[in-house]
Each structure stands twice: as structure tokens, then as C-alpha cells.
Design a protein around this ligand. Structure first.
Ligand code: SAM
Length: 380
């Protein structure tokens, strides 16, 4: 595909996404239907779509309209390219610009939903604008080295076999940031054999900070794909790990992932007894990860957020009931919004006198990688 044909394809896909269809679904269907598109074309079209969604409002202002065409015209202009050179009307290229499109001049536009701006500013204070800008850029790929399978040096050597280069985090040496070859990670031996797992830096930092003793009984109460439970398994091989999720189907990949990682995690539909550590990695707005899922940023509504606050409080209370006296409860979100984080914990502590706070921390793309929050509470 020519660069103009890729842009033309992205225009059609963006129009579908702007109509309300999830980006991943739209891209997958297009990939399956477009046999003429090679893997390089697919990756390039995907990148165009995601770039446009991350900076949807500012690109629409530059392109003159919130539409697939407007976003792609804006993207050309942002990159310093004259859109007339791309929008030529030649075979597979988009139609030439209208007078109105040619006259569009851009202007001030925040790449966040309007309704969210006050809450974003309240939550991030002086960092609000810088974090919003960071959310407009592509996210780095981070790997977690699994010590049950080998060392950091071995992992880096194996990754290099496929030209994947990575560097260790200064804050956590077992966290590797991929600096080149990120699309080759999944096929690499280190990944296939469980020596590395894809996981962003901030949840890795959070899991590394949790108190763990040999033989502890640990419950991952909202286990999903098991990313956090697997990170803990790597830290302490003698743990007794249990995974639970209100939607057990979400744990479908967990047995295979645990096997690949060289560990065992027991799935439980009804957790029995109490645990030394309970993780509550609750459903949230995902506002800390909007670089990776930019269409979610535009789909979130106030009503959805209100429902999330209720769910988060319910899960906290349920999970708290599973913590042994003297044990810990770790509340986690990949959100940057105070009502899902600090305020949720303050409210929990106000209605649960048996718990005290040990620590709380929020990471933003300015200090770590994705936005993430963890509060560690102790059951007295
Ligand atoms: C943020 S995801 C978990 C991600 C996972 N911990 C990981 O690291 O891959 C939140 C999970 O909470 C589950 N969930 C939602 N409501 C729940 C509830 N009331 N009790 C337990 N799990 C719940 C969802 O099904 C979802 O899988």
C-alpha cells in the first residue's frame, strides 16, 4: 500500500470508530478482510488510527472537522506535511481537499473529553496539562523478567536473538523497557518460555512494593488475566496463590500463563477462609492507560464513572472481608482520577475502623510509565 492508501484506509476505520465501534474490533475486521495489506501496512494503518485517537480534538481542530478525513488532514499538518500532496484523488488516495478543509487553521483544543476537564485538573493539579500531553504520545513497551525462569542478563540475551533491544529501569532492574524491535517480542523465545512477560512499569513497581513472606496465602480478588498474581509469583516461589474474578471467563488465559511462568495459581469461584494479602485490582476508568486504549478515553461517560465508584467501593468491602487479622489489602487502579483512588480509600477507611493505611502512591507517565495507583492497608 502507498502512504496515501494507508491514510485512506485509516480514514474509513476512524469514521467507524467515531460512530461508536471499539477500535480493536474495527481494526481486526479490517485486517481479516484486507488480504492485499501486508504486515507492514497493517501496523502502519493501526499506528495512524491510534495516533489520531490519542490527539483526537487537537487533530480535528487542525484538520477542520471531527471525522476520519479531518483527523488525517490534521495529522499531515501536524507532521509538517502538506495534505494536498497526499489527498490527490489518485487511485487508492483520498479525494482532494475542499476549500473549507484547506482553510482550517487549528486552534486551542484539549485532548480530553470536555466534561472530564475539571475532574482531571482537580486530580492532577499542576501536572494536569503535562500528563494530558503525555497521554497524546505512544506508550513504551515494558517487560517483566520472571526470576522463576532466569536472570535479567539471560532475558536480554534471548531478546537480542530476534533483534529486540531493551534497557533495565533504574528504579526496578527486573523491568525492561524495549528500545527497539517491540513488534518481535511475542515471537521471541524469552516470551514463549516465560522468561519475560509484558507488563507496564508502574504495576511492576506496585507489585514489587507489596509485603510478602514465604508461605503467605495470597488472594488476587479481581484476577482477570492474572498479571498481578504472576508478578507476585515471580517474587516469592513459595507463595500459595489464589485467583478469583466475578467473571471467571476473564481468567481463561491464566492457567497457560502460569504454566509458561513456571508457577501455579489456583482459581477459586468462592474464596474460602482469610488471606495474608488480598489484591483488589478493581475495574476503573483506565485513565492512566489511555495512551494504549485511546478510544476508551472518548467512550467514558460521567454515568459510567459513577457506576465505577460504586463497584470499587463494593469490591473494597468484599475484599476486606477476606483479609486475615494482621494481613494486608492492596487496592489498585490504572486510573489517575482522585475519586477512584485517594477518595475511594478515604471513604473505605472512614467506614472500616479495623483497617489503617500503610502507604499510598500514584504513578503518572511523568514519573513512571502508565498512570497507576496503589494503597496498601493493614487489617489491625
Ligand atoms: C482491572 S481488571 C483486573 C486485571 C488483572 N488483575 C490483571 O492484572 O491482569 C478488573 C477485574 O475485576 C473483575 N471484577 C469486576 N467486578 C468484580 C467483583 N465484584 N468481584 C471480583 N472481581 C470483579 C473484572 O471481571 C475484571 O476482570
Amino acid at each position: 500500500m502507498t502512504p496515501a492508501a494507508r491514510i485512506n484506509a485509516a480514514i474509513g476505520l476512524l469514521d467507524e470508530i467515531l460512530d461508536g465501534r471499539p477500535a480493536e474490533q474495527v481494526l481486526l475486521r479490517w485486517s481479516r478482510a484486507s488480504r492485499y495489506a501486508g504486515s507492514g501496512d497493517r501496523a502502519a494503518v493501526r499506528d495512524l488510527v491510534y495516533e489520531a485517537l490519542r490527539r483526537r480534538n487537537s487533530l480535528a481542530a487542525l484538520g477542520g472537522r471531527l471525522s476520519g478525513r479531518g483527523l488525517m488532514i490534521g495529522l499531515c499538518r501536524e507532521a509538517g506535511q502538506n495534505p494536498d500532496e497526499v489527498f490527490t484523488g489518485a487511485t487508492y488516495a483520498p479525494e482532494p481537499l475542499s476549500e473549507e478543509e484547506r482553510a482550517a487553521a487549528g486552534g486551542e483544543a484539549e485532548d480530553l473529553p470536555d466534561w472530564l476537564l475539571p475532574l482531571w485538573r482537580h486530580s492532577l493539579g499542576a501536572d494536569a496539562a503535562a500528563v494530558a500531553r503525555a497521554m497524546g504520545a505512544r506508550a513504551p513497551v515494558w517487560l517483566r523478567v520472571n526470576p522463576l525462569r532466569g536472570t535479567v542478563t539471560e532475558a536480554m540475551a534471548m531478546l537480542a536473538e530476534d533483534g529486540v533491544e531493551a534497557e533495565a529501569s533504574r528504579d526496578l532492574p527486573s523491568a525492561l523497557r524495549v528500545t527497539s524491535g517491540e513488534r518481535r517480542v511475542n515471537g521471541n523465545r524469552a516470551y514463549r518460555e516465560g522468561l519475560v512477560e509484558l507488563q507496564d512499569l508502574s504495576p511492576q513497581l506496585a507489585c514489587a512494593a507489596l509485603p510478602l513472606r514465604e508461605d503467605d496465602r495470597v488472594l488476587d480478588y479481581c484476577a482477570g488475566g492474572g498479571g498481578k498474581a504472576l508478578a507476585l509469583a515471580g517474587r516469592q516461589s513459595q507463595l500459595r496463590l489464589f485467583a478469583h474474578d466475578a467473571e471467571p471467563a476473564r481468567m481463561g488465559d491464566l492457567p497457560a500463563r502460569a504454566k509458561r511462568a513456571g508457577t501455579r495459581i489456583e482459581q477459586v469461584s468462592q474464596p474460602k477462609g482469610v488471606f495474608d494479602l488480598v489484591l483488589a485490582d478493581v475495574p476503573c476508568s483506565g485513565s492512566g492507560t489511555w495512551r494504549r486504549t485511546p478510544d476508551a478515553k472518548w467512550r467514558l461517560t460521567e454515568a459510567m464513572l459513577e457506576r465505577l465508584f460504586e463497584t470499587q467501593a463494593e469490591i473494597l468491602d468484599e475484599a476486606a472481608g477476606r483479609v486475615a487479622p494482621g494481613g494486608h489489602l492492596a487496592y489498585m487502579t490504572c486510573s489517575l482520577l482522585k475519586p477512584e483512588n485517594e477518595a475511594a480509600i478515604d471513604a473505605f477507611l472512614a467506614r472500616n475502623a479495623g483497617f489503617t493505611q500503610v502507604s499510598r502512591q500514584r504513578w503518572t507517565p511523568l514519573t513512571a510509565s502508565d498512570g497507576f495507583f496503589m494503597a496498601l492497608l493493614k487489617h489491625n
